[in-house]
Ligand binder design. Structure first.
Ligand code: BGC
Length: 280
């Protein structure tokens, strides 16, 4: 459903104004401090469906481009990741509540030090939950692991419609003030590096206002690059500009470009133009 999503997100962005005033909330979330097992200092991650693609992306990576973590919108690795890549499980939404308790124990036992919350609960075509429903489910399914991993909020879209995006996130953070989260997660699809940076800055401000330690951008892409298979110079140029910026932001903990798959960061068994920039 990728093209549907990118179309929707691009449409929303194009018709919206980016500036959302932050409201000065200062709820402080208690957070646990669990040592991260990530094996390199890299913030870069792989959002994948097939673990073999992460091996392709990782081979040829060096320095900041080293992929240190990966997630598959799921609670199982489903295959094996390169040994220096930390798997981060996600509780995608209500369709995964059955099976979660067994799956999360396996992920934690194999070294995952973070847990990702619901996927785009602010979107009807993704996890689709109200902030208060999400808070209740978060407390039931994820908060109990706060002593074993750092907890990441649900990941919201970059929609600027009231009740979606960071607006949804603020309601959720108010409703989930006892949820023990320490990381804010957002997604972004759009058309320019400047838009991207101002969205991430807004997200970091929300994280700060609600006492969260860091912000993760767990999906992002230039919409034109997605529709062109990751092989555009504009996608590569976009990454060349925003990756050093993300790396320099102390409030940004981790990020993952959409996505580690053929037609995106990969072109068949090779790196696409964007893929080359991503792991450089
Ligand atoms: C979906 C995931 C899917 C991913 C990659 C996301 O929008 O929520 O279930 O794995 O896209 O295709």
């Amino acid at each position: 459903m990728v093209s549907f999503k990118s179309f929707l997100t691009a449409t929303t962005l194009a018709s919206a104004v980016l500036a959302i005033p932050h409201n000065g909330h200062s709820h402080k979330h208690r957070s646990t401090h669990v040592a991260s097992k990530r094996s390199s200092g890299s913030k870069r991650g792989a959002a994948y469906n097939s673990a073999s693609t992460v091996h392709t992306l990782s081979s040829g990576a060096s320095g900041n481009g080293t992929v240190s973590w990966a997630y598959d919108w799921n609670m199982y690795v489903d295959g094996s990741l390169p040994s220096n890549v930390e798997y981060v499980p996600m509780l995608w939404g209500s369709k995964m509540f059955t099976g979660w308790l067994a799956a999360i124990e396996v992920a934690l036992a194999s070294g995952s030090s973070y847990i990702l919350g619901f996927n785009e609960p602010d979107a009807s075509y993704q996890a689709s939950m109200t902030p208060s429903e999400a808070a209740t489910s978060y407390k039931n399914y994820i908060t109990p692991y706060s002593g074993k991993a750092k907890l990441v909020t649900p990941a919201v879209t970059s929609s600027t419609t009231e009740g979606e995006g960071l607006s949804w996130m603020k309601s959720f953070l108010s409703d989930c003030s006892s949820c023990e989260m320490s990381v804010l997660a957002v997604h972004w699809y759009g058309t320019t590096a400047d838009e991207f940076k101002s969205f991430v800055q807004e997200a970091m401000q929300v994280a700060d206002d609600y006492g969260l330690e860091e912000t993760w951008v767990t999906e992002f892409a230039l919409t034109s690059d997605m529709s062109a298979g990751g092989d555009t110079t504009s996608g590569a140029d976009f990454l060349d500009e925003v990756l050093p910026w993300l790396d320099s932001q102390s409030g940004v903990g981790r990020y993952a470009y959409f996505m580690c798959a053929d037609g995106y960061l990969l072109s068949g068994e090779e790196l696409s133009a964007s893929g080359k920039s991503y792991v450089a």
